[in-house]
Design a protein around this ligand. Structure first.
Ligand code: FAD
Length: 466
């Protein structure tokens, strides 16, 4: 505590002009500012600096290096393993880098490194356009993008990184560079999936795509006992469907909200959450086969503005819930694996707990495994098993279910996992996730962050020989 307090005091002296944006132990907003989305994470940094420019980020990096202190970079704070906060070190908080500027002339949008996706969606929707992201509007642009970015528009327009045009980044030595296909191309390659390993991105530039005023979206629910029939349909239907159709599979409990009929509240179901970029007629036609599968309890697909779809689950997955994550990439949904899903789905330990399978085919397959750092371009789905509960008392129960589920299904997986769905699972899992791209990433890491200053992440170790 003494060391912690004195580092804060030194920061207040050396970064005096930032004093009103430095938050430390004892400050009234310290607990609220250090808190991340996952309520299981309870870390106490020495100080948090709310930066609002690349120069301020560079000064914080220099300060941390001078005092040999850990650095955590905070985007939206959603990371399951709590990578946006660190004990005793410094948190470079980017919420002040929050500008969003749409350029309708070039169908692009420039986004501050601390923005959340809701801010981007609102701005691009004014032009009937969107950049593919996730399924929750409060997720940070920074972390989601640097890991890859999977969501409702993946099959139609690819991963988030596939729409990345360039990024402004502050490097470990404090220098500021722009990475794009033409400038620092190796760094640009590494940023597209390699996480926060290479520096602090203060600004992203993305392509936007036409989605229109509304998309056709919503869930189909079936009784959870019908999981085998629904999954067997899903494994054939979705990969063969046109790119306009996205649908992630879920085992879940229907939340008790007005959106759903009361008789379904708190019922365990298997579900597909659809998003069709197209008209009502097109969606009706494309999803016609869905009605012949099992006995659907609800088919709730309707016309919805894209930003509204993106914030549909915000109220369910709020900040502070206890969350335990496990993940895998999956190529095949064999009958045996489906039986495991039914078994573990029936044991969902709480209303918020769920398993999702996000498709990563369609436009995401237009890139090869070595084209970006995100390696699993050949996989069909990214699976995430999520144990969630508001009550810390239930933390063990949701963790045990999550780990048990993963142990039972992992043998059927493709190997690694999507970095943004992992907790702290060790170097072997990181390597398994990047496969043949790991060594190239390690060389880029050695070139741009030889001392591994940025290691509060799914860490790429700098190559020794570079
Ligand atoms: C409720 C919920 C729903 C989710 N849904 C999806 C989904 O649909 N699709 C999907 O792909 N993922 C999803 N995720 C996972 C999400 O992509 C990751 O948690 C991601 O790490 C969050 O990014 P963040 O900026 O909010 O997180 P943070 O915790 O702030 O940061 C995560 C990591 O990214 C680094 N980082 C963040 N910003 C920057 C930056 N500007 N420059 C350099 N490094 C940076 C941090 O250092 C840290 O290592 C979801 C997460 C939650 C909690």
């Amino acid at each position: 505590m003494t060391a912690t307090t004195s580092l804060l005091a030194i920061a207040r002296r050396d970064l005096a002009d930032l004093n009103d944006r430095i938050v430390g132990p004892g400050d009234p907003d310290y607990d609220a500012t250090r808190a991340v989305h996952n309520g299981m994470i309870d870390r106490h940094p020495a100080l948090i600096v709310r930066c609002s420019s690349a120069d301020e980020v560079a000064r914080c990096i220099a300060f941390a290096r001078a005092h040999d202190t850990l650095i955590a970079v905070r985007g939206g704070g959603h990371n399951g393993g709590g990578l946006g906060v660190v004990d005793d070190g410094i948190v470079i908080h980017l919420a002040g880098l929050a500008e969003v500027t749409v350029d309708p002339g070039s169908d692009s949008v420039r986004v501050g490194g601390g923005c959340t996706w809701g801010q981007v969606d609102q701005a691009t929707a004014e032009y009937g356009r969107a950049t593919p992201s996730g399924i929750i509007s409060t997720t940070g642009v920074g972390g989601l993008t640097l890991g890859g970015g999977l969501g409702h528009l993946t099959r139609r327009f690819g991963l988030t990184i596939d729409s990345l045009i360039g990024a402004d980044i502050v490097l470990a030595d404090g220098s500021q560079v722009h990475a794009s296909a033409n400038e620092h191309p190796e760094l640009f390659w590494a940023l597209r999936g390699g996480g926060g390993n290479f520096g602090v991105v203060t600004s992203f530039e993305f392509r936007t795509h036409p989605v229109g005023a509304t998309v056709m979206a919503g869930p189909t629910f079936w009784p959870i006992e019908q999981t085998p029939e629904v999954m067997r349909f899903y494994r054939e239907f979705l990969p063969a469907a046109p790119r306009a159709v996205n649908g992630f599979f879920a085992l879940m409990t229907v939340p008790p909200v007005d959106l759903f009929p009361e008789e379904l509240h708190l019922r365990k179901v298997c579900a597909v959450m659809w998003c069709i970029v197209g008209s009502e007629e097109e969606a009706t036609h494309l999803l016609a086969p869905v009605h012949d599968v099992g006995t659907p309890l609800l088919h709730g697909v309707g016309s919805v503005p894209y930003p509204a779809l993106q914030s549909l689950f915000d109220g369910l997955y709020t900040k502070g819930l206890q969350c335990y994550w496990r993940a895998d990439f999956v190529n095949e949904l064999s009958d045996e694996l489906i039986e495991q899903h039914l078994d573990w789905g029936e044991k969902l330990p709480s209303m918020h707990s769920t398993v999702h399978l996000y498709p990563i085919d369609g436009a995401a397959h237009d890139f090869g495994s070595a084209d970006t750092a995100f390696s699993y371009r050949d996989a069909q789905w990214a699976e995430v098993i999520l144990g969630v509960d508001p009550d810390p008392f239930n933390a063990d129960a949701i963790r045990d279910w999550c780990v048990g589920y993963w142990n039972a299904t992992h043998p059927y997986s493709a190997g690694g996992a999507y970095v943004n769905f992992m907790m702290d699972e060790g170097q072997e899992r990181v390597r398994a996730t990047y496969r043949d791209n790991y060594d190239r990433l390690a060389r880029v890491k050695a070139q741009y962050d030889r001392d591994n200053v940025f290691h509060v992440n799914q860490n790429i170790h700098p190559a020794a020989s570079a």
